[in-house]
Structures are given as C-alpha cells and as structure tokens.
Design a protein around this ligand. Sequence first.
Ligand SMILES: NC(=O)c1ccc[n+]([C@@H]2O[C@H](COP(=O)([O-])OP(=O)(O)OC[C@H]3O[C@@H](n4cnc5c(N)ncnc54)[C@H](O)[C@@H]3O)[C@@H](O)[C@H]2O)c1
Ligand SMILES: OC[C@@H](O)C(O)[C@H](O)CO
Length: 303
Amino acid sequence: MPSPSNTTQDDLRARSIPHMTLSTGDTSSMTGPPPPMPHYLTSEGRAIKRFAVEGNAIFTGGAGTLALVNARALLEHGLSGLALFDLDHSKSAQEIQALKADFPNARVLSIKVDATNAEQLGSAVKLTVSELGSVDILCCFAGVVGCTHAIDMAPSEWKSRLEINTTGSFLSAQAAARQMIAQNTGGSILFLASISAHRTNYPQPQAAYNASKAALLSLKYSLAAEWAVHGIRVNSVSPGYMDTVLNEGSGLEEARRTWGERNPMGRMGVPEELTGVVVLLCSQAGGYVNGADLVVDGGQCCF
Ligand SMILES: NC(=O)c1ccc[n+]([C@@H]2O[C@H](COP(=O)([O-])OP(=O)(O)OC[C@H]3O[C@@H](n4cnc5c(N)ncnc54)[C@H](O)[C@@H]3O)[C@@H](O)[C@H]2O)c1
Ligand SMILES: OC[C@@H](O)C(O)[C@H](O)CO
C-alpha cells in the first residue's frame, strides 16, 4: 500500500497539474503539453452513453432502503457487480433476491460488515475484489439517526452517532481508496450527508446526527483534494426528508406532517428521487464533479 506519510499538498498538486507551475496569470509558465483529455471527451468517446456506470460498486448500509434503491439504479445504468455491506441483511432479504433476479448478468454479493470496523472493512474489500475483480465505486449509506434533546444526551449516544455516520464513512472511504489506488483505476466515492448537515431540523432535536453529517461535508473536501491525483472523486449527497423506515415510527407522525408543510413542494421525497444525482456522480457524466455536495430536498432548505 503506498504510504502517504512523506507526501505534502504541494507534491500532490505538482503531480496533478504537471504541465504548469503555480504562478498566476503568466502563460509563459506553461512548461509542457496539457494532459490528455479523458477518453469520454474525445471525438470518439462523445458517442458513448455519458450516464453509463462502469465497474463494480460497494454500498455500506447496503440493506437499507436508500442503498437498495440506488444500487438498483446503478445496475440499470450498466454496473457490473455490486457488494452490499451491512450489519444485517435479513430485513431486506427479499429485495436483495429481487435485485439478483432482475440483473442476472451482474454479480450481487451481500457481506456482513460493521462499517465502523477497519479490519472488517479491509477483509470485505478483499473479498469483493476476489469475487468481482475490482472496486470502482463506493457509496457510504450506513447511518443511524436519533432524536434526543442535546441537554439530555448521554455521551454514549453522541459518540455512537459520530462513530457510525462519520468515522464509519471515513474508514469505508479509506479501505476503498486503498484498493482503487492499488488498481490505479481511479474511482468515485459518495458520502450520504443530509440537509441536517446544512440546517437544524424542525421540529425534532437531533444535534448529534446533524453534527455527524456536517463533518462529512468537510471530509469530502479533504479527501477530494488528497485523492484527485489518483483519479478518485469524492462527493456527497444531501437528501431532505425521504419517505423511508428511518423516518417512520411512533412519535414521528406529527414531524412528518410538519416536514411536508414546510417544504415548497409540499411533501417528503420518495427514495427513487435520489437516484438521478447518484447515477450522475458515479458515471462519466459526473467526471469533473469533485468535492461537491448535491442537495436533493424539494427545496426544504429554501426556508
Ligand atoms: N431517509 C432520509 O430521509 C435520509 C435523509 C438524509 C440522509 N439520509 C441518510 O441516508 C442513509 C441511508 O438512509 P435510509 O433511510 O436508507 O436508512 P436505513 O435505516 O434504511 O439504512 C441504513 C442502513 O445502515 C445500516 N447500518 C447501520 N449501522 C451500520 C454499521 N455500523 N455498519 C454497517 N451498516 C450499518 C443499517 O443496518 C441499515 O440497513 C443514512 O446515512 C441516512 O442518514 C437519509
Ligand atoms: O434531515 C433529514 C434526514 O437527515 C433525516 O431523515 C431526518 O432528519 C431523520 O429524522
């Protein structure tokens, strides 16, 4: 595994734009030919489907509602192989069987992995590579929410939200990026942030969840900057209130009504409404999107 310990930001920048120095405005500083255009921008490549998804993808939280809907969308756009990492696949066994039946030409794996455990992640990435051949896309969907007033929150609850939502996403990205760098193929990494990273939710109190998701917005900048030199893009998606099990349950009936009323479109989102940006970020159409966060919330953040 390459060791980044002696690599500075300047080294990385020099390697990523080797054709020019870092002085501004003076075109005489161009010292060589510009790098070749990515193949999908060449005249030959323009004919290809820009929203085609190539290679193999890992989804953490892979038995969750949003993960399964978005994994299906990637398969519909050409994904070759899929590895669903989750603590518990039993609750979604039927949906996973349906994916396998609907895409008989794709390989679909379910692997029990705790996304907060670096060792388990490393082993699961190795298993994915031995079964599918490569890791080209990582979508970090593992996440947990909880509604507790900050004043009452136990340290254990605070730590648990950050451990799964933030640390888990970082460790998953690190494990996948190590593999992508070893392959020398580049790749796309996606964090599931939330509008909770941008705004405080109303009416439910969820300070720990919000902080854990806001950290992902910062993390994707750092990783996008560090790993672009390896052809790895790192972005995030911030959904608003989507109608999934995460937002069901006793005590949330009133909140669900409020979320709809405070949305310019007057409703929560349905999981399929997230797939457009996920396909974009995982396909060549998103080839120059790096370090970005795309909000999909029906306008909830307008107010
Ligand atoms: N549903 C929404 O409205 C909404 C909005 C914004 C962001 N999100 C985010 O989207 C992601 C998916 O949400 P969802 O609605 O599909 O929820 P979900 O509960 O259906 O899916 C989450 C999955 O993560 C898994 N998981 C939890 N901890 C894990 C761990 N340590 N290791 C591996 N897997 C683990 C769970 O088993 C579950 O299958 C979450 O990160 C959530 O915070 C959801
Ligand atoms: O902010 C929207 C989501 O992150 C989340 O679904 C919600 O806040 C959980 O109650």
